[in-house]
Ligand binder design. Structure first.
Ligand code: HEM
Length: 465
């Protein structure tokens, strides 16, 4: 039987207001731009499959495990990334792993996956602990009884971990510039405009023109990162950075053509992995801290567990399996606040989903946000209850809980993210008691990832050991 260490019934944490009725197309478009998490009405959380039409395209949204498996796994070759996703992400991710398709995707995936596989986790764990120690010192300095906005600290920490562990790069020099560029892009271009969704892929939308100009600036920035990494590699052999993901990418040869990655491909790969590798994990950590602050009893459990573990750089990977409450807290955070709140595909050819014929061009979506709060898939769907994920609890259905997606395009960094989030949370809550500062509800907002709708400040108090 699972242990029940938490209050019963588990409390619900804030979510955006939901609509009592289905929305008109215009309303849906406006909501999509304001906060996509407000898009879905009650039916979305109750039905298995939803059909609709939006801006002239057939839409189908899946909550049914078999239908999800069909699209993301069994017949995944019939489903590509949709035009909205490509328009928005291509200027920053280019043809890196996230957007690559066909043979190019297979080659990239085979090159990148081994560097992020479970056996590499001890190296990652070491980087995570060292970077978290630095973040703790910084938090000591800035907090000192004053409220602190945690999210930027968590973003910096996740960026440091991504830069060091994948590319042996210190991000202190680049972090602020990179985040400023990404924020500018997100504010201006990350939400699809009307014409982005309406125009065929071959026609540039007005926003695409600004996006192209941004891409030129962005590529110069990523070039600077790669130059720094290459300069580092040229220094005295003794100082040569360890064999990392960058080395693997630079050494990879296409199995069919024998060609290496060009500079342009290398740029897109580095950009993809750095962005995908830190933004989502930082959002997870933010919501995990937020939930811990709202639920002090949960927080104390984690702090106790972390205090009993040896979380030193050399031992952290081995200590992970003892961090069951911390990990369950992270898993539950990923259920209620999945950073990737929407997974979208476009049908390339005709198919049948859940007994219904669908035409090429149909937009098929699975929303981890909706699925993870679905009335038929979860008991007390809105309640924050990490006990669901403790050892001994019945595991959730593979296609009812999927913060990292599923099938061949499942997140390549899932292990990386879980290791990092669990260790950072354990270290932070071992070091500090975290409370929310001020009143006011924090509403999750779908803005590239699941973000708080406003800056959120916390009071941090050093724990005595
Ligand atoms: C909590 C953190 C994370 C979450 C919630 C997350 C979520 C996801 C999801 C849902 C997908 C699948 C998208 C789809 O099927 O359309 C995905 C793909 C991907 N993720 Fe993550 N991710 C996280 C962390 C990471 C990290 C740490 C890295 C890199 C180190 C990473 C790199 C990628 C890449 C490259 C892809 C594309 C894979 C492919 O298409 O083959 N992610 N992620």
């Amino acid at each position: 039987m699972p242990e029940a260490p938490y209050p019963n019934p588990p409390p619900a944490l804030p979510r955006p207001p939901s609509t009592a009725r289905e929305r008109t197309q215009l309303e849906a478009f406006l909501v999509l731009r304001r906060n996509p998490l407000e898009l879905w009405g009650p039916a979305a959380y109750q039905r298995d499959v939803l059909y609709g039409r939006f801006l002239g395209r057939e839409q189908i949204m899946l909550n049914d495990p078999d239908a999800i498996r069909h699209v993301l796994v069994a017949n995944n070759e019939n489903y590509g990334r949709n035009i909205g996703t490509k328009r928005v992400l291509q200027p920053v991710l280019g043809s890196g792993l996230f957007l690559a398709e066909g043979a190019a995707w297979r080659h990239q995936r085979r090159t990148v996956a081994p560097a992020l596989a479970p056996r590499t986790m001890p190296i990652l764990a070491r980087h995570v602990v060292l970077a978290t120690e630095e973040a703790e010192t910084e938090l000591d300095r800035v907090a000192g009884g004053r409220p602190v906005e945690l999210l930027p600290h968590l973003q910096r920490l996740a960026l440091t971990v991504a830069g060091r562990s994948m590319f042996s790069l210190e991000m202190a020099e680049f972090g602020a510039g990179m985040r400023a560029l990404l924020m500018r892009y997100a504010r201006r271009y990350a939400q699809p405009g009307f014409l982005d969704l309406l125009l065929p892929a071959s026609v540039r939308s007005p926003l695409d023109i600004g996006r192209a100009a941004f891409r030129a600036e962005w590529l110069r920035f990523v070039d600077g990162l790669i130059d720094a990494r290459e300069r580092q590699a040229e220094r005295a052999p003794a100082e040569r950075p360890p064999r990392d993901l960058f080395d693997l990418l630079a050494a990879a040869r296409d199995p069919e053509t024998g060609a290496g990655f060009s500079r342009a491909q290398l740029r897109d790969e580095v950009a993809t992995l750095i962005i995908a590798g830190h933004e989502t994990t930082a959002a997870t950590l933010f919501w995990a801290c937020y939930a811990a602050a709202k639920l002090p009893e949960h927080q104390e459990r984690i702090a106790e567990e972390a205090a009993a573990a040896d979380l030193s750089p050399g031992n952290a990977a081995a200590a992970l399996k003892g961090l069951r409450y911390t990990r369950a807290h992270v898993d539950e955070t990923l259920r209620l606040y999945p950073p990737a709140f929407l997974i979208v595909r476009e049908a390339l050819g005709p198919d049948t989903i859940a007994g219904r014929r669908i035409a090429p061009g149909t937009v098929v979506s699975v929303s981890p946000w909706v699925l993870h709060r679905h009335r038929r898939r979860w008991r007390n769907p809105d309640g924050f209850d990490p006990a669901r994920f403790l050892p001994g609890a019945p595991p959730p259905d593979r296609y009812a809980y999927m913060p990292f997606g599923a099938g061949p395009r499942v997140c390549v960094g899932a292990q990386f993210a879980l290791t990092e989030a669990t260790l950072v949370l354990a270290r932070l809550l071992r070091a500090f008691r975290i409370e929310l500062f001020g009143s006011g509800t924090v509403v999750p907002r779908g803005f590239v990832t699941t973000q708080p709708d406003r800056p959120v400040r916390f009071l941090l108090t050093r724990r005595a050991h």
